[in-house]
Write a protein that binds this ligand. Sequence first.
Ligand code: NAD
Length: 456
Amino acid sequence: MRITIIGSGYVGLVTGACLSDLGFKVVCLDKDEQKIRALQEGEVPIYEPGLKELLARNRADGRIRFTTDACEAIEQGDVLFIAVGTPPAEDGSADLGHVLSVASMIGRHLKSFKLVVNKSTVPVGTADKVRMAIAHELAHRGMPTHVFDVISNPEFLKEGAAIDDFMRPDRIVVGVDEGIHKAKSQRMMSDLYASFNRHHSRTVWMDVRSAELTKYAANAMLAARISFMNEIANLADALGADVDHIRRGIGADNRIGYSFLYAGCGYGGSCFPKDTQALVQTAKAHGQDMSVVSATEQVNARQKMLLVERLIARMGPDLTGRKIAVWGLAFKPNTDDMREAPSRVVIRSLLERGARVRAYDPVAGQEAMKALQDDCVGQDHLLKAFELAVNEMQALDGADALLILTEWKNFHNPDFEGIKALMRHPYILDGRNLYNPQALFEWGIAYQGVGRRNAL
Ligand code: NAD
């Protein structure tokens, strides 16, 4: 079985790299010529631990290659994965422009049976639209309109641990509908994922619509857990309780578990914010009200501003002349992804209030700069007050406050003496609850975590 991956971003590249490592011949297609040229030259346009090595090994062994030639790539694969972006449209619904343009492209080039597997996160009903778009092109070319199947195989990998997630999945969701190709499609997917099902079957088979909705349900559930804990943390702050005790106290209950119970300064990334919004929009279009998911989003929007509000409570709304240090820009550690990162909201708000911001991130600095340029179009004066530091200590020089926005490992055990010496006012607003409030109190550093019985 030969594989073609259409869309060579975070999901497409990881999928391609992992499947090639399992021995499949893989072609990765992208419309971005610069990206493909870089990949052909052995560069990897994104930061994902282990990806560079995996791609290099399989490229050297001739199992994976990269192209912008759609005709050749579609001819090549027995299985065509769609892994293009589904960004939010203006109303929050998923913009299917890329997915449907890929579907039409497949229809224009398809010559023999292909299994089209949708990996992009798409609203229920999208597979039907993909089928129609392919069939439309085939009919236009005078070809039979049943020489393909469209199935759903949503992706659950986490950026930062994507290869491990792909190679050791908790489950593989595959949605296949009734029809003349059902048995063949199921057989092909079973063969494709056989390596993961040797010990016991991890594949959860279902119909396409259920598979499409499963992905949104998973992300909405995870986002809801975070927002729930953030609300509990804010209440703990008001009541003088500690959310970390509460986390352990409830996580020990098997029905709850420990995952995704960390309070902080809000979730970001390319999935939770857009997928929760899209789910709300899908529900709205079908006359349903997703109150829990809507509340999840509202809590998160508020939470992203929590540290700014605390800074204002201490320093007043006008931050002119204040120097603020920021540690962590990516939406989470081990990635350079800046999509919907809380740091974007926080930094923009600080700059608008007149602060100077110096920030450090181990890998996302350049991506952050691009994101801030996008966020501050036509407001060059704001950008002038922002700079990247070369390391975490340089960010602190003369600072009035340090905001921690991403829990990179390097930030876990900093040089507190150095922090005290470098900052004008040793004051840490910890949006990721990295430190022990009591220890910081003993260091003589003013400290506020999120819901942490702060020893201010
Ligand atoms: P991405 O933006 O990193 O990559 C998408 C790629 O598709 C880009 O390189 C783009 O150039 C390419 N592309 C767009 N239109 C194309 C076309 N017509 N032909 C060829 N290439 C085209 O996106 P991503 O983060 O990999 O996400 C892809 C999908 O997977 C989204 O639906 C997302 O919601 C979902 N998903 C993402 C993650 C994640 O952690 N990033 C996890 C699970 C699911």
